[in-house]
Design a protein around this ligand. Structure first.
Ligand code: SF4
Length: 247
């Protein structure tokens, strides 16, 4: 992996490490296949896909020929493809990969951590995505963000802000989302994030689930917020965005 001058990492060829053939939950109202890339340029302590992020080589690569035959055969059954991970934008050939999916007449939802606005710009301008779900890990203050993403990068907050503005003004359907972890997020954090995305169409608060398999297993003992507390956070965000939901 190499690091670009804007502080994000790049790998040449996309590698799909897992495929969920049919999913009704990854894109509301759509029947999709969900693909997972391995590797990520972040190390969020609360990441649920720790092995896929840190040890992607443990998962066999699904050959592209197999994938595209699969999509072609099911193009009349599937509505689209959800590309998740890991972080898809670390791959240099992502736009070409998405364009091949589009050639199968399938819609595309991209999950991203928003670290790579240059890659997002190419994807949006190329018309390669129909929906973008971007994580906002915390409020956009350098030290706070570094703690939430588990990597040191003074550039990252600038990149995230650039991605937020680009997605908001793209005309493409989108959502911003934050996984709410009590030791990282409170009322003040959520209000700061909501101000940053003021006017956003959709903001999703996802409650943290503690498991033994998080990237930082010390978080396994952290208790998630109650339903009532999540509702309080949702109400705060609602002042700034068009629609805020708890998922
Ligand atoms: S939660 Fe963080 S570390 Fe895990 S895949 Fe998403 S951005 Fe990468």
């Amino acid at each position: 992996m190499t690091i670009s001058e804007k502080g994000f990492s790049i790998e040449k060829r996309i590698k799909i490490r897992n495929l969920i053939p049919n999913s009704l939950i990854d894109w509301e109202g759509m029947i999709v296949s969900t693909l997972y890339v391995g590797g990520c340029n972040f190390r969020c302590p609360f990441c649920y896909n720790a092995d896929l992020v840190i040890n992607p080589e443990k998962f066999p690569v699904i050959p592209e020929d197999y994938l595209f035959n699969y999509f072609w055969e099911r193009k009349n059954f599937l509505d689209g493809v959800c590309l998740s991970g890991g972080e898809p934008t670390i791959y240099d050939d992502l736009p070409e990969f998405l364009s091949r999916i589009k050639n199968c007449n399938l819609k595309i939802k991209l999950d991203t951590n928003g670290s790579n606005p240059d890659k997002l710009s190419r994807i949006i301008k190329g018309g390669f995505v129909d929906y973008i779900a971007m994580d906002i890990k915390s409020c956009l203050e350098t030290e706070v963000y570094q703690r939430a993403i588990g990597v040191q990068s003074t550039q990252m907050v600038t990149n995230i802000r650039e991605s937020i503005n680009m997605i908001s003004n793209s005309g493409i359907d989108y959502e911003f989302r934050t996984t709410i972890v009590p030791i990282f997020h409170n009322e003040i954090t959520i209000e700061k994030i909501a101000r940053e995305i003021k006017g956003a169409r959709k903001y999703v608060l996802q409650n943290f689930v503690s498991t033994e398999e998080l990237l930082d297993n010390k978080l396994a003992d952290v208790k998630p917020y109650s339903t009532q507390k999540m509702e309080e956070l949702r109400r705060i965000a609602t002042f700034y965005v068009e629609n805020c939901i708890v998922r």
